[in-house]
Design a binder for this molecule. Structure first.
Ligand code: FES
Length: 130
């Protein structure tokens, strides 16, 4: 348990640890990202959080970085070094972006799976709304 002081954090990285992402190495990716942050003494600058499913399972492993609101796909442990270097340089890791926030919504990058439309019935079922 921890209650971190986030006042010096410049990035918040959400690392999906849902079941689909976990099947392709989310734990190893999480450890690799946290090691790269630690190796650069960047723990205050980059805060990480493991999440459950982020609803983009075909993009596994999914990582999301704020404040830019950039979504990444297909991240692997070997991407961790360049990913963290990019964040510390104030840039996105362009090679693995799936969605960019354009001020009004998340814009899908070419070649990324569209996904299914959200309708009330599907949302209730997938989100397990009682
Ligand atoms: S399990 Fe990672 S997006 Fe669904």
């Amino acid at each position: 348990m921890a209650t971190w002081d986030l006042s010096k954090s410049k990035n918040h990285v959400l690392i999906c640890n849902g079941s689909s992402c976990s099947r392709v190495g989310a734990e190893e990716l999480t450890q690799a990202i946290r090691k790269e942050i630690s190796d650069r003494n960047a723990d205050e600058a980059i805060h990480t959080t493991r999440t459950r499913c982020n609803g983009r399972c075909q993009d596994k492993c999914v990582v999301i970085s704020y404040p830019n609101g950039t979504w990444y796909k297909d991240l692997k442990p070997e991407d961790a070094s360049i990913f963290i270097d990019s964040l510390l340089a104030g840039k996105d890791y362009k090679e693995k972006i799936s969605h960019l926030f354009n001020g009004e919504g998340f814009e899908r990058v070419n070649g990324v799976v569209t996904g299914i439309q959200k309708d009330k019935e599907k949302v209730s079922k997938v989100s397990k709304i009682l």
